[in-house]
Design a protein around this ligand. Structure first.
Ligand code: GDD
Ligand code: MN
Length: 374
């Protein structure tokens, strides 16, 4: 997905509204928005970016436009998804202040001038409509699960950008930041997070909003979107701290390898009674292979089918060398110092850590990202 933004120097506000099956909300949205915006500036436009809903949305917008309401609709047939819809709208926008909001009236049209004004008056470069700052509110009752879910999702994003409500889909941004932003690669729902991380606005403000109930139709947020969110987070972390986040995933994968190793031993030796020394070998091979496959897919994202066998051998070698490093470090510490002689488990931990680090860098540079395998 590529996006192209040119500098807009026209003073005014472009409001982008992604829609999918929102025919029942569009008219109220456009009329309330127009009324609220006129009090701020005569220069504004509303761009609906619809993913081919075919529910009458297009006809509604055409009728409204004929009544001199500043609204237009962009219908996409070859792409889908909320985040990319918003960015397509940003591409098409003509004014220097951009706003993104939901169509279902859970974001109050009357709040838009407050967001936009802070950019226009040059008090901020990015303004987030937030449920979690003082004065913010959510209509309706949330169950414990939804609450927890939202809290965890927010906490996971905090190291990337210091916002209290990065999940919000209600924000304004200075248009001139977009052409200079790093390439957008959005998946899923979290467009504010993507924009805040990639466009790097210097002055960010969060202002309280009352997050209302959806007026008509139903929510499109599904479990699939939540999995996309994890993938999106991974991308953003790797964008910011590539090697560190790879190392984190590498360790996570290593932990699953420990489970495979122990499980294999339990079945082969514990239940079936096969030879312990051969089972150690088999269990290592299985655990290393499962680690290999997971690291390939998740940690280093190698494309399917590329050099599977060659890289597998390379990874086993890296793991073996990692083990030698582990052995050398723990044995040296144990032999040469009284402290580690007395605290031999600490020597083991030090060995394991050295081995993991060695294994990681070998896997990264000599196997998964090596030119030899490209
Ligand atoms: N073009 C397009 N394509 N629009 C979409 C798509 C899509 O695939 N999916 C959803 N939309 C539009 C909806 O029509 C609506 O205007 C807006 O995006 C938000 O979708 P909802 O279905 O109302 O989602 P929600 O209410 O569950 O999620 C909202 O709140 C979340 C926080 O609780 C959104 O604001 C999210 O961004 C936010 O994370
Ligand atoms: Mn909604």
């Amino acid at each position: 997905m590529e996006f192209h933004f040119s500098d807009n120097d026209l003073n005014g506000v472009s409001i982008i509204v992604p829609t999918y099956q929102e025919a029942g909300n569009i008219e109220q949205l456009v009329t309330r928005l127009t009324k609220a915006m006129k009090a701020l500036t005569p220069n504004f436009e509303i761009i609906i970016v619809d993913d081919n809903s075919a529910d009458g949305s297009e006809e509604i917008v055409i009728t409204l436009a004929k009544q001199d309401l500043p609204v237009s609709i962009l219908i996409r047939t070859n792409e889908r998804g909320l985040s990319s819809a918003v960015l397509r709208g940003f591409e098409k926008a003509k004014y220097n202040t951009l706003v993104c909001m939901d169509a279902d009236l859970s974001h109050a049209p009357e709040d838009v001038p407050r967001l936009a004004a802070l950019i226009m008056q040059d008090e901020a470069d990015f303004v987030l409509g937030s449920r979690y700052v003082k004065g913010g509110k959510i209509a309706g009752k949330w169950g414990l699960f939804r609450y927890l879910n939202s809290w965890v999702a927010t906490a996971l994003a905090y190291p990337l950008v210091r916002l209290r409500d990065p999940m919000s889909g209600f924000f304004a941004i200075r248009q001139s930041l977009l052409p200079k932003a790093e390439p957008f690669n959005p998946i899923g729902y979290k467009i504010a997070l993507e924009v805040a991380v990639k466009a790097k606005p210097e002055r960010m403000q969060e202002i309280p909003i009352h997050f209302g109930l959806r007026e008509a139709g139903e929510s499109k947020l599904s479990l699939k979107e939540q999995l996309f969110y994890l993938q999106h987070l991974k991308r953003l972390y790797q964008h910011r701290w590539k090697t560190l986040s790879q190392f984190f995933l590498f360790c996570l994968v290593g932990t699953t390898g420990l489970v495979v190793d122990m499980g294999t031993m339990f079945v082969g030796y514990g239940l079936i009674g096969l030879s312990f020394r051969y089972m150690r070998f088999l269990a290592f091979l299985l655990a290393a292979t499962s680690n290999y496959q997971l690291n390939r897919m998740i940690t280093f994202e190698v494309k399917k089918g590329q050099h599977w066998l060659k890289q597998w051998v390379g990874f086993l070698a890296a793991s073996a060398i990692g083990f030698v490093g582990n052995w050398l470090v723990s044995v040296t510490l144990y032999d040469k110092t009284i402290f580690f002689h007395d605290h031999y488990l600490l020597a083991v931990i030090a060995g394991v850590m050295a081995g993991v680090v060695l294994n990681f860098f070998l896997s990264k540079f000599a196997v998964f990202e090596s030119r030899f395998f490209k």
